[in-house]
Design a protein around this ligand. Sequence first.
Ligand code: PLP
Length: 593
Amino acid sequence: MTHPDIYSDIKNLAPQIAYFSMEIGLRVDIPTYSGGLGVLAGDTIKAAADHELPFVAITLLYREGYFKQHLSEKGEQSEEPVRWNPDDLLIELDQITITVEIGSSQIALRPWLYIVEGCDGGQVPVFFLDSDLPENSPQERHLTAQLYGGDRRYRLSQEIILGIGGLRLLSALKIRNILNFHLNEGHAALLTLELLKRYQRDIEETWDPDQVWDFERVRNHCVFTTHTPVPAGHDRFDYQLVEELLGDYIPLSVLKRFAGHHDLNLTTLALNLCRHTNAVSKCHRDVSTLMFPDHHIKAVTNGVHSTSWTNAEFQNLYDHYLPGWRRDNFLLRNAIAIPDDELFAAHQSAKQRLLHHIKEKTGTILDPEILTIGFARRATPYKRATLLFSQPDRLRHITQYYGPLQLVLAGKAHPHDEPGKQLIKDIFRTREQLSDLIKIVYLENYDMELGKLITGGVDLWLNTPTRPLEASGTSGMKAAHNGVPNFSILDGWWIEGWIEGKTGWAIGPPPTGPQVDHESNLLDADDLHEKLEKEIIPIYYNKRPIWIEIMRQAISFNASFFNTYRMLMEYYMNVYSFDPPTRVALGIRENRH
Ligand SMILES: *Cc1c(COP(=O)(O)O)cnc(C)c1O
């Protein structure tokens, strides 16, 4: 793309919040995201643009994306790089090069810019850092190529680029008035070290080596969102590797004090050097509090960007019945007044679109009159994609005697997640076993576009994670925006959104504590089948007006609340805001405007 005069524009935006995220999913053709974390980041940025909030966002330019998924006849996953040309969509800021030191090398980095436009002309700049420059060695050029690729060294290098490089980029752009650095997950935590160095006091000023580091000032400017209770989601590195890559960037003694004694734990670093930490649902807050008992953790339950995740049919309905809903998502509560026939017709039209796509891609013809259950998630054991197939004979019995079902699934396994890959193969095997009675479709390459098509085109959205490992989940919120009720384990956001028989249905009991509930497979599967038999299938086929009422309530009670408009308001009130002493310490004047 050509190069407009963006510098003055960005200065005019005067960002106060710098949002750092290892992955950002803004649109399907910018494949710099893998799943929920990136989509949430993208949705947050879009909401900030809608409301003209002073945001700037930073991530990396993954030229190979996450990966493109192929599945063989037997469900064996293979991966290939995503082909895309950043030049088509982003602006390369070729006058700007910044450097970070990794080991003994100076890595040159170039920012690329994408401007997110809000519904009323607001703009949020998003910067993608790229190491693919001629001044770097071939290995260094590859450092920003893959999201979640490579080994520990590769990951730590990327986190140096994001945290330290990202902060240097803001300086190079002369963006100076950032009040809050928002660490979206611990990946960006190294930015706190760059801030520590920036705020370092002269030894002549203090005469106390301990006082040289102004931890309080760093803490006052940083906030942290933790996204998962799964241990693998919290990055840790051997200090040996840290010393190799960071050298004497910051004294090891200082690092160990804040980032852990045994290894460098980015979550620990973020918890210690941010003034606020929040989890992504109330249940996740309680679990995180037990994981990190020395820290006060708040809850800001996730949301989705309503306009992005509402399909064309429902957008038309809302434009007609709820004018203004794109900016003020709270208006979605008035969906309660949308007439039955229009609501159901909109849904059937979206369902036909999904079924058409399935026919094109797989040759399988699904029936628009059959209750269609959707399930799309990362294929990894704790998401329990196979719970629904754990009693195939019972599923047969249900379809024969209560009413027919058909299933639409999708999801990628991380390239190194062998148990996750096995799950997909297991599902393919079950599909064969049940093929005489139940049509099961597994769509390849789950991405934002497919996510929108499936969440808006099925009749019921299923989620079966192992309690309490689903921190929030957001795909169920997308379903609710399209009048699709949830049928889910009580975990994450669903504990807050669930009203039994009104917005959807629960599977099994709520979590009882932070311990992982490995024993519940049988009980949860029983409850799942029981509810399908006794409630869901009979209502869908025999009490259509009640079904439509539940669809409508999913919009009114779930979509009107689980959106990024409400979420960002909570961030402003509970996370980004400063208490009076901090305002004084930071020299923030009361009436800034
Ligand atoms: C929304 C979305 C997710 C997150 O959904 P979960 O409910 O957390 O599983 C993941 N991947 C894609 C492509 C999405 O659109």
